[in-house]
Design a protein around this ligand. Structure first.
Ligand SMILES: NC(=O)c1ccc[n+]([C@@H]2O[C@H](COP(=O)([O-])OP(=O)(O)OC[C@H]3O[C@@H](n4cnc5c(N)ncnc54)[C@H](O)[C@@H]3O)[C@@H](O)[C@H]2O)c1
Length: 393
């Protein structure tokens, strides 16, 4: 099998899971540096069980690496896990799939099973079938969305039901066989249903966080502590137990997929647009509230956590950076720290940030901050991670 985009956050755990099941996997990726690292046994990002699976797969010679589509074998499964971003108009970048396919086209045969695993705009799978047929290629085509949580892909692939779909019964039969190697259960849909299911799953989650964030802003504006209200609402009360705390809702998937669905719905995705306004607007709300209580212009603000979510090194679409950019204008200076992020040369050690800041913001509740001593500095913690007083009231 070949995993296209196999060095990425989705592709690598997926490749390792299949290698663990006994398959030989060719990891095809345009990022040569990432491939070289993986080939040396180094994971490019944290992944539960990833190191163990990678070492084992390399020792058993079950992985191969390439950036040349000519190395793709003439048959078997080709699983596409490349990134599918939105463009400057907040519409999906259709061309990334097309360009990826154009690169593979000379090597694509009717004996391939082409599996789209990336999150795609509804209708992409049948579009792809037509596109390839026009080029004289008739591989079997399937869409099987990735729904695992980043960092736990290996574990969740082995635990969660996998949605599978094919454009023909033969494609469906083949992809069913493939996924049954690694997954406990498969759930069959049409490609369009599967495309919607993936987007709806992510949008549902994005909306869910927006509810807590809007409640937070309403309560705070009224001078009430949402963190205490949240505790009362959820304590021993089953119908609210899954309500998240307020917090930064960001990352490479949730907001991007909400934009994709909004674009598909001709910008009539009312709840989705509201959720984007709320989740993105929370950052500016916090700055405005802080500015009402503190003279930010003469203060150094310390940001704790720059990844987009706890215990991750991934800064893609992290709201911590939106906060940093805005504070660069509103505060005297901004210092940032993160125990996991290694890609940002501007980050400072935690001790420095604690010492030099006048006020702190807990952007991401990394486990490493659990015992944090803020040295008596005021700390804004909307997550209620530390149980410190609410400095916005
Ligand atoms: N990250 C997640 O938790 C997650 C979860 C579910 C679904 N998804 C979806 O999965 C897809 C991939 O996301 P990701 O987070 O793994 O992205 P990523 O950027 O981490 O990985 C994508 C990989 O594809 C490679 N690539 C890009 N274009 C290529 C091409 N033409 N040929 C070969 N390789 C190419 C990149 O070099 C990169 O290594 C997206 O559609 C995303 O929405 C992501």
């Amino acid at each position: 099998m070949c995993v296209v985009g196999g060095a990425g956050h989705v592709g690598l755990p997926f490749s390792l899971s299949f290698a663990h099941s006994g398959k030989r996997v060719l990891i095809y990726d345009t990022d040569r540096k990432a491939l070289a690292k993986i080939a040396e046994g180094v994971l490019p990002f944290p992944e539960e069980d990833g190191e163990r699976y990678l070492k084992d797969a390399l020792a058993k010679d079950r992985l191969a690496f390439t950036s040349d589509p000519a190395d793709v074998q003439p048959s078997g499964a080709l699983v596409v896990t490349i990134g599918t971003p939105v463009d400057e108009f907040l519409n999906p970048e259709h061309k990334v799939i097309r360009e990826c396919m154009d690169g593979l086209l000379p090597y694509l045969t009717d004996d391939h099973l082409l599996v789209l695993r990336s999150t795609v705009y509804p209708g992409t799978t049948t579009w792809l079938e037509r596109y390839l047929q026009r080029a004289g290629k008739r591989p079997k085509i399937a869409y099987c969305p990735e729904r695992v949580v980043q960092g736990s892909g290996i574990r969740e692939l082995a635990e969660l039901p996998q949605i599978i779909s094919g454009t023909t019964p033969a494609a469906l039969a083949e992809v069913r066989k493939l996924f049954r190697r690694v997954a406990p259960q498969t759930f069959e849909m049409t490609p369009l249903e599967a495309e919607f299911a993936k987007l709806f799953n992510n949008c549902y989650r994005y909306l869910h966080f927006a509810i807590a964030n809007e409640f937070f802003m309403i309560a705070t504006s009224a001078g009430a502590d949402f963190r205490r209200i949240h505790s009362g609402m959820t304590h021993g009360y089953p119908r609210a137990k899954d309500m998240p705390s307020a917090g930064f809702t960001a990352g490479p998937c949730l907001v991007k997929d909400t934009m994709q669905l909004a674009a598909f719905a001709r910008n009539q995705f009312n709840l989705g647009h509201a959720a984007m306004r709320i989740n993105e607007g929370l950052v500016l709300f916090l700055i405005d509230r802080l500015a009402q209580r503190y003279r930010l212009k003469s203060m150094t603000v310390g940001l704790l956590g720059m990844a987009f979510k706890p215990n991750s090194d991934d800064t893609r679409a992290s709201l911590s950076y939106k906060l940093k950019n805005e504070l660069a204008v509103q505060a005297k200076s901004v210092l940032c720290t993160d125990p996991y992020v290694k890609t940002d040369p501007e980050l400072k050690p935690l001790a420095d940030v604690l010492k030099r800041s006048d006020i702190l913001i807990m952007c991401v509740p990394h486990a490493a901050y659990r015992e944090l001593d803020s040295k008596g500095k005021p700390i804004l913690d909307i997550w209620n991670f530390l149980g410190t007083p609410n400095i916005l009231l």
